[in-house]
Design a protein around this ligand. Structure first.
Ligand code: SF4
Length: 581
């Protein structure tokens, strides 16, 4: 959009790392800094100077910086240097044949393949997949279900990155799962460890009458760029990227390290009117920070090169000595935006395009319940159904059933959302009753209460060693209690997280719960409990929850929240005053 033929060629050349593109524009080339040394395309030719400019060189320079600063690499960084994580297939095969788990830092390196040995919570592997923009087709859904049934615990989890996890995989079957996924076109390289996680995009991209732009091409392009650039693996820490097209369902892009948020620039400004992306950086809500606007406004085609420039800067300058300070936020805190952007511009085939946020049209607020229920698409006569998956768990026969529904009534596609549920798009309006009946036969439905619609829970202590509580199980108990004792008529987000890693983003919930061990009433033992926060939000209501109860045993929480919500409903000024207000 809006690019001349010359610019398009130039950008497309950049996508393959060519210096030709830069020299054609009179910009300094990568030679002597990072990337290929000359115009030769590193991805398609054998003459790339790997020693000087390849992934090893980039990471070696990062290590040099650590040493120059007198720091000591942390053990995960040493592990990455001692052994190429992507050179472990033979070892993994031998381990699988013997039915043994990896040992020492190999446990960490297996995560490059998305394989997490989650002992002691479960003495098995969890495998995290990748679906750019949360999109999967019915064939892929069937294959995931088959793999989870044959080699896992017969269920999958839908995650808050619009992704799937297969759990309870025995040590003999790691390669069966990985090869099965790859045969189905699901390439999950780098879905764990210090890598770029599943790229998210708007769940209603391309079917949403309200959206500003279809984000599917961008999430897909970003995904494939990552998969095909080895140097983008082995970051200082994990990294999240999201594209929000301005549609009905929020992508929660501000919780990502890079947040691309579509905006409209109206007529009469210094740049052509149209749809662009604001670039925000540094989101990490577990550390109480949202991505902040950088002042940069990008053409859609500039987003992937921009993300790559940010990533390369992070690779070279992120902290590799302290895991707690290794995320992008800490480089930004240390340097400030100005220095970071100036440094990252060296990796960019254009100057950062700045444009004031105030001159863009205000973004439309997403619709809080749009991920559930029946909603019209922009295509005449078509609707999508948002299926309720309380806390994101799906049995394999349910996943297969959803694939069958998608094939029979839709376009053979399913869309995962960051709200731990999924959409079935492209249904004829006249088929809705049949689809609802088919969902009921699977034990599913698409008409939630206000409580279940916004219920999000991380894996918890039944599957994650970091968890202090059984988040998913207790989320269901809590929902049951609140649904039977109250009739909350406003959408309400309740997020339960098992530890400070904040996979369920407790700080942005209307009610957020962070698991902790608390003393029992007789003081004899430590039992499962939570710190409770209220008033978090996202989008225009962005905010970090305030702590209401420092620690409560879980048993007391359903009653306390019932009282809290009763007071809210009695004292609010109007029926549409939100809980957060
Ligand atoms: Fe595990 Fe903590 Fe993430 Fe929950 S928040 S899944 S306990 S790492």
């Amino acid at each position: 959009q809006g690019f001349s033929e010359e610019q398009k060629q130039y950008l497309s050349a950049f996508m393959w790392g060519s210096d030709l593109a830069r020299s054609a524009r009179g910009l300094p080339t990568f030679a002597g800094t990072l990337g290929p040394a000359n115009e030769t395309d590193s991805s398609t030719s054998g003459s790339f100077d790997y020693d000087a400019f390849g992934p090893e060189a980039m990471h070696r320079r990062a290590q040099d910086q650590v040493e120059a600063g007198g720091g000591k690499l942390c053990k995960e960084e040493k592990a990455k240097r001692d052994k190429d994580p992507f050179g472990m297939w033979g070892e993994m095969r031998a381990n699988a044949q013997q039915g043994v788990f990896p040992k020492g830092t190999d446990v960490f390196l297996y995560k490059y393949y998305g394989l997490f040995h989650v002992a002691p919570a479960q003495d098995s592997f969890m495998c995290r997949l990748r679906f750019p923009g949360g999109l999967l087709n019915a064939h892929q859904a069937n294959e995931v279900a088959r793999l989870a049934r044959d080699y896992g615990g017969n269920y999958v989890h839908v995650t808050t990155r619009a992704n799937l996890q297969i759990r309870e995989i025995g040590p003999k079957h790691t390669l069966d799962v990985l090869t099965g996924l790859q045969n189905a076109g699901i390439i999950n390289k780098g879905s764990g460890a210090d890598n770029i996680r599943n790229v998210t995009g708007s769940a209603t991209a391309g079917i949403d009458a309200e959206e500003l732009i279809d984000t599917r091409p961008l999430s897909n392009e970003m995904h494939h760029y990552i998969l095909n650039h080895r140097e983008l693996y082995g970051l200082p820490r994990k990294f999240n990227i999201a594209f929000d097209g301005g549609g009905s369902i929020s992508t929660l892009e501000e919780t990502n390290d890079i947040a691309f948020a579509a905006v409209r620039v109206p007529e009469g400004k210094s740049i052509p009117a149209g749809i662009y992306f604001r670039m925000g950086l540094g989101g990490i809500t577990g550390h109480k920070d949202f991505a902040r606007d950088t002042g940069i406004l990008l053409e859609p085609d500039q987003c992937v090169p921009a993300a790559v420039a940010v990533l390369k800067t992070f690779i070279e300058h992120g902290d590799r000595t302290d895991r707690n300070k290794a995320r992008l936020k800490y480089v930004l805190d240390r340097w400030g935006f100005e220095k970071f952007l100036s440094e990252s511009e060296k990796h960019l085939p254009f100057a950062w395009p700045k444009f004031p946020l105030e001159q863009c049209e205000p973004r439309r607020q997403p619709v809080r319940m749009a991920h559930l229920g029946v909603h019209r698409q922009k295509q005449e006569g078509k609707v999508y159904l948002g299926v309720v998956l309380p806390v994101g768990k799906l049995e394999t026969d349910q996943l297969e059933g959803l694939a069958t529904i998608a094939n029979r009534y839709g376009s053979g596609m399913l869309r995962l959302t960051v709200w731990q549920n999924l959409l079935i798009p492209d249904i004829n309006e006249s088929d809705v009753p049949d689809v609802q009946e088919a969902l009921e036969d699977l034990g599913l439905d698409c008409s939630p209460t206000s409580i279940r619609a916004g219920l999000v829970a991380c894996t918890g202590n039944t599957g994650c060693k970091f968890a202090a509580s059984n988040t998913k199980g207790q989320a269901m108990i809590l929902a049951e209690h609140l649904e039977t004792s109250l009739n909350v008529d406003q959408p309400l987000n309740i997020h339960l997280t098992g530890c400070h890693h904040s996979c369920a983003q407790h700080y942005i919930g209307d009610i957020g719960m962070l698991a902790t061990k608390v003393e029992s009433s007789d003081g004899e033992e430590l039992i499962e409990g939570y710190r409770v926060f209220v008033g978090g939000g996202y989008g225009a209501d962005e905010g970090i929850g305030r702590e209401l109860f420092p620690e409560l045993p879980f048993d007391e929480i359903p009653g306390r929240l019932e009282s809290l919500l009763k007071v809210y409903m009695q004292r609010r000024d109007s029926d549409d005053e939100s809980f957060r207000d």
